[in-house]
Design a protein around this ligand. Structure first.
Ligand SMILES: *[C@@H]1O[C@H](CO)[C@@H](O)[C@H](O)[C@H]1NC(C)=O
Ligand SMILES: *[C@@H]1O[C@H](CO)[C@@H](O)[C@H](O)[C@H]1NC(C)=O
Ligand SMILES: *[C@@H]1O[C@H](CO)[C@@H](O)[C@H](O)[C@H]1NC(C)=O
Length: 321
């Protein structure tokens, strides 16, 4: 075999591959233009629905970001969290206190009315999280699309894979690493606690069990709304960012530096360990936090998507077709 012929056997397939990737950028992987031909109004429809949901309830922004996160960490970003029934992730104790399901149903209904059977619930969760961030003053980013919806849901994986409010730093790092997310991604994503609230049942350990790294008057205030003995006051709510609970900004990180993180898993990010320097960067440079958050949300949205002919496009998000 001549030199030219063997070179051609190598080069031609590479060129063909490059050309086909260029012309079919959405086949094998997620891409921002996925619905440009099949549902051009999808993104605007989702944005309008999110906008009206957040206007009528500002907490909705946090619900929507959290839903996407809790979805992606359990068998990938496949809307498995939305399925109802015995043994579903939704019924797992890990998803107690996760809210916003009705808003997703409303968004899905609006999208179905313009393009029936085209847009997945998993993509709606990803776009809604981005739009929610924008609604409360947070960063925007280009959402990669083309996820499909799961047929099943896995409650036991919710228990093993979703990080917890009492996790220490090494547990948090390991939990995000298992999903391909770096330490910096983990700190940036934790910054979503610039909005939202947590229940007493999630921060009780922080204010009673180990008070070595908590501001004393902050702790005293929290104790007045969270009795020591469960289940008393389990559902009482406190903002994750006490300064600006409804605005996406870097005050979450400022609070950590003054030992006013609400959850143990918040304060461990600034506790004399390896992530202190990242927290300080975000305190000093809010736009760096914004851009790292956007980058990390895109990476999180890429966790194990179902693409091509895997999974399905659900008609209603809470039931497999
Ligand atoms: C749920 O996930 C666990 C752990 O990955 C796995 O062993 C189990 O088979 C899964 N169950 C279902 C119903 O998919
Ligand atoms: C974090 O928690 C794990 C157990 O969940 C424990 O083995 C480890 O020692 C803890 N790390 C620190 C630094 O406390
Ligand atoms: C209490 O918290 C401090 C700082 O967060 C930590 O270094 C220490 O290991 C914790 N002690 C216990 C008993 O958990």
């Amino acid at each position: 075999m001549g030199y030219h012929k063997s070179l051609r056997m190598i080069l031609v397939p590479i060129v063909v591959l490059l050309v086909s990737v260029n012309y079919m950028p959405c086949k094998a992987q997620l891409c921002p233009k996925f619905y440009d031909d099949t549902c051009p109004s999808a993104l605007a429809t989702i944005r309008d629905s999110v906008s009206s949901a957040v206007s009528s309830n500002r907490r909705m922004a946090a619900f929507l970001i959290r839903l996407h996160f809790h979805d992606c960490f359990v068998q990938g970003c496949d809307a498995s969290i939305l399925l109802e029934g015995t043994g579903s992730e939704k019924e797992s104790p890990m998803n107690d206190g996760v809210l916003g399901y009705e808003a997703i149903d409303d968004i899905k209904a609006a999208v179905e009315s313009v393009c029936p059977g085209v847009v997945s619930c998993a993509d709606i969760l990803a776009v809604a999280a981005r739009d929610a961030s924008v609604e409360v003053g947070g960063p925007s980013w280009e959402v990669r699309l083309g996820r499909r919806d799961s047929i099943g849901t896995n409650a036991s994986q919710a228990i093993t894979d979703i990080p917890r409010g009492h996790n220490n730093l090494s547990e948090l790092i390991a939990s995000f690493d298992r999903k391909g997310l770096s330490v910096r991604d983990m700190v940036a994503l934790s910054g979503s606690h610039t909005i939202g609230m947590a229940r007493c049942v999630r921060f009780r350990d922080r204010i009673y069990d180990n008070t070595s790294n908590i501001d004393a008057s902050f702790a005293a205030n929290l104790r007045s709304n969270c009795p020591q003995t469960a289940p008393n006051g389990d559902g009482n709510l406190e903002p994750l960012d006490l300064q600006t609970p409804n605005t996406f900004d870097n005050n979450y990180f400022r609070n950590l530096v003054t030992r006013r993180g609400l959850l143990t898993s918040d304060q461990v990010l600034f506790n004399g360990d390896s992530t202190d320097s990242i927290v300080t960067e975000y305190v000093d440079n809010p736009s760096l936090f914004d851009s790292d958050f956007a980058t990390a949300m895109v990476k999180m949205g890429d966790i194990e998507p179902l693409t091509g002919t895997s999974g399905t496009i659900r008609t209603r998000c809470n039931t497999a077709n």
